[in-house]
Design a protein around this ligand. Structure first.
Ligand code: PDD
Length: 333
């Protein structure tokens, strides 16, 4: 079998001086992504199956089942001013995804947290995102799970992220619609994201921030990488219940609590595209989205075409929540 490059390349140890030098120009702000979410290009150091490696030599095996069958699960968590946001929620969901796919975790949550903290530390940013992927492992290609003691493979990367755009939020963002053609276990955060990517590409081609995913019966499930919400004329905040039809967003969960604490009425029920188009407000939530007011669906403005006031209030509450997290407990799992 071919060797795993990550296993023959020696791990890189950063000399302590590296932590004190100023960043070279190549580490400056990267390209503007099509959704106006500004990421920075470089992820200097990645964790791959036991080693911390420079990003460009961090590789995985060609017979990793994640590559052949999308037999892997992942998480994306926000690090805000050095503090992770809802980290334990992401870990709980990662373990749930693994359990649902009968995948054995490569290490304990506490050990994984040490790795995640180390990747964040080595990537020298205060605010960014950390990506964790666990695949079932490496085995000759065959559909059934490999027998024997195949160890799950694990990759962690991290990169700076400027945060969801406030300028866009104040205007309200445009979304388009796409048919929800995904499989029926969207509650599992699987790396099988081709349908999501197709929908998001459609959005990018129409200069839209996101794509609302719509079932054939007209129900809006969620968006390609965020959860969808509407606010009705009587100010009820409505979002799809956490069934197999959507990913149970960690941001969704927090925003729902913040909304309830603020006295808003929250209704977990499916809603249709027609309802969304005639709603008082529409917004999205997600790790990289925070709370994003939506002002246009396809070619139609939402209400008067401005960002909704309740959506903006929830965005402010979510920001305050992010700011309020305590470094001493935020990494607890
Ligand atoms: N996506 N729905 C889908 C399909 C998602 O992919 C995501 C997150 C969400 C929001 O979940 P959360 O609030 O836990 O981020 C909802 C991540 C950010 C991604 O794939 O990059």
């Amino acid at each position: 079998m071919p060797r795993v490059q990550g296993c023959i390349t020696p791990a890189v140890r950063l000399p302590p001086i590296f932590l004190h030098i100023s960043l070279p120009a190549t580490l400056g702000p990267g390209h503007k992504a099509q959704d106006d979410t500004e990421f920075y290009d470089m992820s200097h150091i990645a964790y791959v199956n036991g080693r911390y490696l420079p990003h460009n030599s961090a590789t995985v095996h060609i017979e990793d089942r994640g590559y052949q069958f999308a037999d892997g699960v992942y998480e994306v968590a926000l690090i805000w001013n050095g503090i992770p946001v809802d980290y334990s929620g992401h870990m709980v969901r990662l373990w749930r995804s693994m359990d649902e796919l009968r995948m054995k975790a490569p290490m304990s949550p506490a050990a994984m947290t040490v790795v995640v903290q180390e990747v964040v530390r080595r990537n020298l940013f205060k605010t960014g995102i950390v990506y964790i992927q666990v695949n079932r492992g490496v085995a000759p290609r065959a559909h059934p799970f490999p027998s024997g003691d195949v160890k799950a493979s694990m990759v962690v990367t991290a990169k700076a992220f400027a945060g969801s755009s406030d300028a866009m939020a104040e205007q309200g963002a445009k979304v388009v619609t796409a048919r929800d053609i995904r499989w029926e276990r969207r509650d599992i955060k699987s790396v099988g994201l081709l349908a999501n990517a197709l929908a998001r590409q459609g959005a990018a081609e129409q200069k839209a921030y996101e794509a609302l995913l719509v079932k054939d019966d007209g129900t809006v499930t969620e968006a390609s990488a965020s959860n969808a919400w509407i606010i009705t004329a009587d100010k009820a905040i409505v979002t799809h219940p956490t069934t197999n039809a959507i990913l149970g967003g960690i941001t969704r969960q927090t925003v729902m609590k913040l909304a309830k604490d603020a006295g808003y009425k929250v209704d977990e029920r499916p809603f249709t595209l027609a309802e969304a188009k005639s709603a008082k407000e529409v917004f999205l939530t997600g790790t990289t989205t925070f709370v994003m007011p939506i002002s246009q669906i396809d070619d139609q403005p939402v209400a008067n075409g401005a960002a909704g006031l309740i959506s903006l209030d929830l965005r402010k509450r979510y920001r305050n929540y992010m700011e309020s997290l305590d470094a001493a407990t935020a990494w607890n799992v």
